[in-house]
Design a protein around this ligand. Structure first.
Ligand code: MRU
Length: 355
């Protein structure tokens, strides 16, 4: 049940010809809930790159609307100019972030939508079609998140305490989230739940976003530094770990926010089940294993000058991978909108996701 009203993570305002995208600027949370307007493709690219909109499904949705923004000026152009521009816009948006496959999945849907139009279709109609596809991607994500919640809630017993990392909530999706959807659904079913929230260095998505979302919905939670997870597990305070994902390879190896792999290893050491919650749009069956997942490298300043204060000596060499890959063997199950994938192996993934 919703306990408070806030703007949607992202929404399209107006019609296809001259509407625009509004999104919550997540870099300002939890201090300020402010929507920003994106009226052109570079502003969508920048919002994705700067993590104003973030989380794999939300990035895909933003990019789909971004493609529509890019084609507004071409609605009176001829068909071939329209399609050439669409290719250019897709290529540009695809360069915003490399790891979350939902970005490429959504852009591919937009490309396929346009190429399916008949030769006689004019550009204005094609733009309408792209807009409809972007809205479908958005709506489908809502439904997928709800279904993931229903599927995963069965895994949590009344009174259990779970740990999560980064933010896989409504802010990372159309609404409701993936990992957080499991918690919200369990709570809606009347189960008592407690969530340990990793703060998630260096950009603090756990502290700034997940703690905020859980508190808004009245889910009891406790914030910890990432380095405290082992101690919390050793003290017997956690019965399950559930995180989201940015890309899942055909064999189940899963990329998610940096620190997830360490959590999975810790969970194995303490015999705590480790789950991934993700929609089928996060699977990349074109790659065999996690070794082929591109890992985003981000600016040193996120570590040396986090949130405006210098915390490391000038010129110190920095390594800042934004994601890591958890081998499938550490994952007890993947919670999808189509059901549970367990054991996590290529055959089971193919039977649930491949079609
Ligand atoms: O860098 P971010 O904040 O985009 O990373 C997000 C995550 O790692 C999430 O866990 C993932 O995208 C799943 S969102 C449902």
């Amino acid at each position: 049940m919703e306990t408070s009203k806030r703007p949607e993570t992202l929404r399209w305002v107006g019609d296809s010809a001259d509407g625009h995208l509004l999104l919550i600027d997540q870099t300002l949370l939890p201090l300020e809930v402010r929507e920003i307007e994106c009226r052109d493709v570079p502003s969508v690219w920048e919002a994705i790159r700067a993590l104003r909109v973030r989380g794999a499904p939300a990035i895909g949705i933003a990019a789909a609307y971004g493609a529509c923004l890019g084609l507004q000026r071409f609605r009176t152009a001829d068909r071939s100019a329209f399609l050439t521009e669409l290719d250019r816009v897709i290529e540009y948006l695809a360069g915003s972030r490399p790891t979350a496959v939902n970005l490429f999945w959504a852009l591919e849907r937009m490309r396929k939508t346009a190429s399916a139009f008949r030769e006689s279709t004019d550009a204005a109609e094609m733009l309408e079609g792209l807009m409809a596809e972007a809205r479908r991607i958005h709506d489908e994500d809502r439904a997928m998140c709800r279904a993931i919640g229903r599927c995963g809630a069965d895994l949590l017993a009344d009174g259990s305490s779970v740990l999560t990392h980064c933010n896989a909530g409504g802010l990372a999706t159309a609404e409701y989230g993936t990992a957080l959807s499991v918690f919200f659904t369990a709570q809606d079913q009347g189960k008592r739940l407690h969530v340990f929230v990793d703060e998630t260095r260096p950009l603090l998505q756990g502290a700034r976003l997940t703690a905020w979302e859980l508190m808004q919905r009245g889910v009891p939670c406790t914030l910890i530094c990432d380095s405290m997870a082992g101690q919390v597990m050793r003290e017997g305070r956690v019965q399950a770990v559930i995180t989201g994902a940015d890309r899942i390879a055909a064999n189940g190896d899963t990329a998610n926010k940096i620190g997830t792999y360490s959590l999975a290893v810790l969970a194995a050491a303490h015999e705590i089940p480790f789950f991934i919650a993700a929609p089928t749009s996060t699977f990349d069956l074109s790659i065999a294993s996690g070794q082929q997942i591109p890992i985003e490298q981000r600016e040193a300043a996120e570590i040396t000058h986090g949130f405006g204060r210098q915390t490391a000596p000038d010129g110190v060499p920095v390594y800042n991978p934004a994601f890591d890959v958890t081998p499938a063997r550490y994952i007890r199950a993947i919670i999808t909108e189509r059901g549970l994938i367990s054991p996590v192996d290529a055959a089971r993934i193919q039977s649930v996701v491949g079609n």
